[in-house]
Design a protein around this ligand. Structure first.
Ligand code: ZN
Length: 317
């Protein structure tokens, strides 16, 4: 009877039904537990930020693994890899594909350094840290926001921008602290202003015996939510002097190669295009790049402060 039933069309149909039901149950379970760490953050900027960009060696052991509109850098050392920044949650898989396409293993990423606790630079960090097992490294002010998975109250853009997957375990560094891995020393350079914890990172990369000072720059752009002031207001004192100190300190960094967190802030997009055409001369080598970047954003800060002063004189509207 068992045999006969098994061979009968009805039984086969039942069997197929069971298989279908199992498949549906599996996909329903999948839908019920999506990967929260890579769930897309909806933003009109995503298309611009995540514009495809071929990974490339920038100089020595430093590689570009980001996108057309968001920078990520990978540093190869003798004992593993260091990744700077994590873009958006939905771009984590693409970042991992970039790392692999260069011949590296995601599991070899030992550190993920963060420039700022905003979702466009920190959104993908939780997923990338989970997939690689890397330790996330940030300034104490950034770490507070990264643990919370949202912008902190004293951030100029608080209330204006989305949260992101929280990161449970973070190694905090001091300003000037040096992180060492496999012969590479990366220094944390605090550049608060755009966010309270903004951190730029510097290291040396060598090529054919020529070692250059590499700089991954946090954003220095003085943008804010409506109603926030960089000048003193009822909530805080004047923030402009500290902001200016960050910009001037950044300008004085040892700097031969600049990669800004937002490529278009320092022409990284254009340099990548030129690099793909020819490596000599390497378009990224520019000892004036950090000063130019600092001067540009000091002028933006000046304009912003002038605007705030004018608004204060004309009174609240
Ligand atoms: Zn930001």
């Amino acid at each position: 009877m068992f045999d006969r039933l098994r061979r009968s069309p009805a039984r086969r149909f039942a069997g197929a039904g069971l298989l279908l039901a199992t498949t549906l149950a599996a996909s329903a379970a999948g839908a019920a537990s999506p990967d929260l760490l890579t769930r897309p953050i909806e933003t009109p900027f995503a298309e611009k930020w995540l514009r495809p960009q071929a990974p490339a060696r920038i100089y020595g052991d430093s590689y570009y693994v980001g996108f057309g509109g968001l920078s990520l850098v990978l540093i190869q050392t003798a004992e593993g890899l260091i990744l700077i920044d994590g873009a958006l949650p939905q771009s984590a898989a693409a970042v991992e594909a970039h790392v692999r396409s260069l011949g590296f293993r995601v599991e070899d990423i030992r550190y993920i350094l963060n420039t700022e606790a905003h979702y466009d630079h920190a959104g993908g960090v939780a997923a990338l840290a989970r997939d690689s097992g890397a330790t996330v490294v940030a300034s104490p002010a950034s770490a507070a926001a990264l643990r919370a998975g949202r912008v902190v109250a004293d951030d100029p853009q608080a209330g204006d921008i989305a949260g992101f997957p929280a990161i449970a375990k973070i190694r905090e560094v001091r300003d000037g602290e040096v992180l060492r891995l496999g012969g590479v020393a990366v220094t944390a350079r605090f550049t608060p202003g755009h966010t309270p914890g903004s951190t730029s990172w510097t290291w040396k990369s060598c090529e054919g015996g020529r070692c250059l000072d590499m700089v991954f720059a946090a954003s220095l752009n003085p943008v804010s939510a409506e109603g926030f002031h960089f000048l003193a207001d009822s909530r805080h004192g004047d923030l402009t002097a500290a902001y200016r100190r960050s910009i001037r300190a950044f300008a004085a960094l040892p700097c031969d190669v600049l990669i800004s967190a937002h490529p278009d802030h320092s022409g990284v997009d254009d340099k990548l295009r030129r690099l793909a055409e020819s490596r000599s001369p390497n378009p990224f080598i520019d000892p004036a790049a950090c000063r130019t970047y600092a001067d540009k954003y000091e002028a933006v800060l000046d304009a912003r402060i002038a605007k705030e002063r004018a608004a204060a004189v004309s009174g609240p509207k």
